[in-house]
Structures are given as C-alpha cells and as structure tokens.
Design a protein. Structure first.
Length: 454
C-alpha cells in the first residue's frame, strides 16, 4: 500500500518536472527566433552548426545544469554557493548565478515585447483580420503594429502583468497542467501547417534551404549566433533549468529528461522552419527579413487554408501560452533568489522585478519605431544589443563555467550518483564535458574577436 503511494507521488511530480522544463524550453525561441536567424544567416550550414551545438554543447550543459540544481537545491546564486562549499571550491562560483539572474532580467525585457506581438496577432486572428489576406497586406499589418509604440507597449504590459501574476501567486501548477495540452496542441497545429506547406509548391525549396548546407555562407558571426541560439532555445546558461533541477527528485533520470527536452525542442523548431520557409518561397518573400518573419508569413497560410480562422486563432493562442511558460522560467531565478536570500517574499519580488523588467522593455518597444535609428553597437539597435549580449555572450559564458565546474570541480561520487551511466557512456560524456564543450565555446568566442579585429 505505502509502496504504491510512493511510486504514484514520484510519478506525478516527475511528470510535472519534465512538463515544466519542456514548457521552459519550447517558446518563442523555436517559433519566432530560430526561423528568422536561420533566414538571416542563409539556411543549411547555419542549421547544421546549430544542431551540432545542441548535441555537443547544449545537451552537456543541460545535464550539468540539472546536476548543479539537484545537488545545490536552491536558486542559482545559492545553489552554486552550496555546491562550491560542498566541493571545497571558491565562493566566486556563485558569480554563475549572478550572471544568470542578470541575463534573465535582460532577456525577459525583450521576450515580453515579442510575446506581445503574438497576443496582438491572437486578437487579430480572432476578429477574422487574416481571412483571405495576401502576403503584401500581412506585411503592412505587421509594420503598422511595429510603428505604434503605444500598441506595442500595451501588449508588452499585458504579457508582463500576466507573467507577474502567475509568478507572484505561485499558481504554476495551473500552467504546468496547461502544458499537458499546450505541447501536443502546438505539435498538431504544426503538422496541419506542414500539410498546408506541401500544397504551396515551395516545400522542397524550403527543405533544401534548411538542410542542404552551403558553407560559403558561414561566417564566425553565424557560428556564434548558432551557438548562442542553442543556449537560448534550451533555456540553459542562466540557471532557469537549475531552478527546475532543484525540484527534481533523486530517482529521476537527468539523462532521460534532458534528451527528451532537447529532442522536443529541436523538432518543434525544425517544423516551424519548414512551414515558414515554404510560405516565404511560395510568396516571393525575403528569408532574411528579420524578427518579423513568423508574423509576416503564417497569417498568409491561415488566410489561404480551409479552417484557417480556427487554426490561426488557436495557433497564436498556443504561441502566447508557450511564451508564457518560458517567461515564467526566465524570471524564476531572480525571484527565487530574492525570496530565499533577501527575505523579500515571492509576491513582492515578482512585482518589483516584473516592473523593472517592464520598464526595461520600453527600450525594446522603442527599438522598433522611435529609436530605430539609435545604434548601440555597430548597426545594432537596443533590442539587437540586448539580444546579442544575453544570448550570444552571457548564456554561453554561464554554460561554459557550469560545464567546467561539473567536469573539473564536482566530486566524482556526486557526479556518479547524479548521473548513473554505464562506464563507457560516462567516459564519452566526460570527454565531451571536459574538453569538447568548453573548448568549442572558447574557440567560437576567440574566433569572433579575431575576425572582428580584421
Ligand atoms: N527557451 C526559451 C525559448 O526557446 C527561452 C528561454 C531562454 C527560456 C532562457 C528560459 C531561459 O523560447
Ligand atoms: Na526553445
């Protein structure tokens, strides 16, 4: 009897864990960002580098982050301090946690603005604005939205308030339950869209664009962006997965959870890419048109296909929910740090940080209109700069030090108990963790600095 109860409890909490972690991973990164950066960096070769980064850097960092979270049992700053003490290492390792907390604040400031675009599109679709629409009118639609700071601010506010409410009230249980139908729903709609994209006449072209690499299009900058995106899309390098790892019970396999998350995340991104580029090529649109790509393409499909109103409205609702389940995990490290280390309770912390992030987000709102011509770095607007700094620098740096800690500092017995692998698998994993992942990250950083100077 008690045996039965125990196994049931751990089963349900483990499912919640995997769901929450998948909910964190799958978001705007897959649906919005992956397609548009793939378009900007020329397709196939970029995708190949991205997949290699998921495999050789992303998965090892994801495992490391779960191990550190489960061993450190706290918010990222405290978890790193705990594992450092336990392993006789310097307290400076908690800087990984600070880097993560700061990255989270900066990421959410723009993530929330983009999620706001999806909320706006949900209401537009609901009202039937996309029925029978052509590519040119969708383009006008999108640029009209971007041109209005007040509209963007309004939707950014809606997303911010919603995220704060969920995090402040700790009603994550509801969101976790929602993920149960969110992920299958998203997957099914993408399959419907995939069906549609085979009727556009440009499906093969789209497939070729994504999967036949042309290495002459590859630059060190493209490699850096592909690597950064591997971090962003798996929610790693900033402690979001560490927080989830701290809830993970001993018996559950980090390997199984990690591989499942990486698989689901990659599949959804590739499906989104296939669909979007079919529409791009069928309508003579520009693959490299930037952050608007998702919003300038999919309404064309919904406007054209049978049941498009229904599928379009449902799709944007799912995008919003996928973004929210990620947004919660982006703000969680800083909120749990305030809560546990500063005695500022979760409710207050969520509001204080949420409002700070909302204010920072105004910078991103203006990047698309009034401040469009304000360049911080080279050609980069404030939005581009925040995105670049967090995704391509802070997350890989955080992830690099996490792998170094797990590979070189963590006691063997802790690592072995956290990661029960066969001897052979452990040797492969340790080789990747000790050498391949850290050297790859450093190499990409250094090559970028070197090519900048030329
Ligand atoms: N992984 C999320 C996405 O793909 C974004 C995210 C980044 C979430 C960093 C948490 C931490 O949309
Ligand atoms: Na993702």
């Amino acid at each position: 009897m008690s045996q039965l109860k125990l196994s049931k409890d751990s089963w349900s909490s483990q499912t919640v864990f995997v769901m929450a972690a998948v909910g964190s991973a799958v978001g705007l990164g897959n649906l919005w960002k992956f397609p548009y950066i793939t378009g900007e960096y020329g397709g196939g070769a970029f995708v190949l580098v991205y997949l290699a980064c998921i495999l050789l850097i992303g998965i090892p960092v994801l495992f490391s982050e779960f191990i550190l979270g489960r061993a450190g049992k706290a918010n990222p700053v405290q978890a790193m301090a705990n594992v450092a003490r336990e392993n006789g290492a310097s307290r400076l390792w908690s800087l990984i946690g600070f880097n993560g907390v700061l990255a989270g604040v900066l990421i959410l400031s723009f993530y929330s603005v983009i999620a706001g675009w999806a909320v706006a599109y949900f209401f537009e679709s609901l009202q039937g604005s996309f029925i029978g629409i052509d590519a040119a009118s969708v383009g006008v639609h999108f640029s009209t939205l971007l041109a209005s700071p007040y509209q963007l601010l309004f939707w950014h506010t809606v997303v911010s308030v919603f995220t704060i409410l969920v995090v402040a009230k700790g009603v994550k249980g509801g969101i976790e339950k929602a993920i149960n139908f969110l992920m299958p729903g998203l997957f099914l709609i993408l399959l419907v869209l995939l069906g549609y994209s085979t009727t556009t006449g440009a499906f093969i072209e789209s497939f070729d664009f994504l999967f036949s690499p042309d290495f002459s299009k590859l630059s060190w900058e493209a490699v850096l962006v592909a690597m950064g995106h591997a971090f962003f899309t798996l929610s790693i390098g900033m402690g979001a997965m560490m927080v989830y790892g701290s809830y993970l019970s001993r018996e559950y396999s980090i390997v199984r959870a990690g591989l499942w998350i990486a698989f689901a995340d990659t599949l959804i991104a590739l499906l989104a890419g296939l669909v979007i580029f079919s529409i791009v090529f069928a309508n003579g649109l520009e693959p490299g048109s930037g952050p608007g790509l998702l919003f300038q393409t999919l309404p064309v499909a919904f406007g054209d296909m049978t049941g498009g109103w229904f599928f379009g409205t449902l799709f944007f609702a799912l995008v919003v929910m996928a973004a929210l389940s990620s947004a919660i995990s982006i703000i969680e490290p800083v909120v749990s740090w305030f809560d546990q280390n500063w005695g500022i309770n979760r409710f207050k912390a969520a509001w204080i940080m949420g409002i700070l992030i909302w204010i920072l987000g105004i910078g991103t709102v203006l990047s698309f209109n009034s401040w469009q011509a304000v360049h911080i770095f080279g050609e980069k607007t404030l939005f581009d700069t925040l995105d670049f700094l967090t995704t391509n620098i802070m997350l890989p740096l955080g992830g690099l030090f996490m792998t170094v800690f797990v590979a070189w500092v963590l006691k063997d017995e802790i690592r072995n108990s956290e990661l029960p692998l066969s001897d052979k698998m452990m040797r492969v994993f340790m080789f990747v963790l000790r050498w391949v992942a850290p050297i790859a990250v450093i190499l990409v950083f250094v090559s970028n600095l070197a090519s900048e100077e030329n």
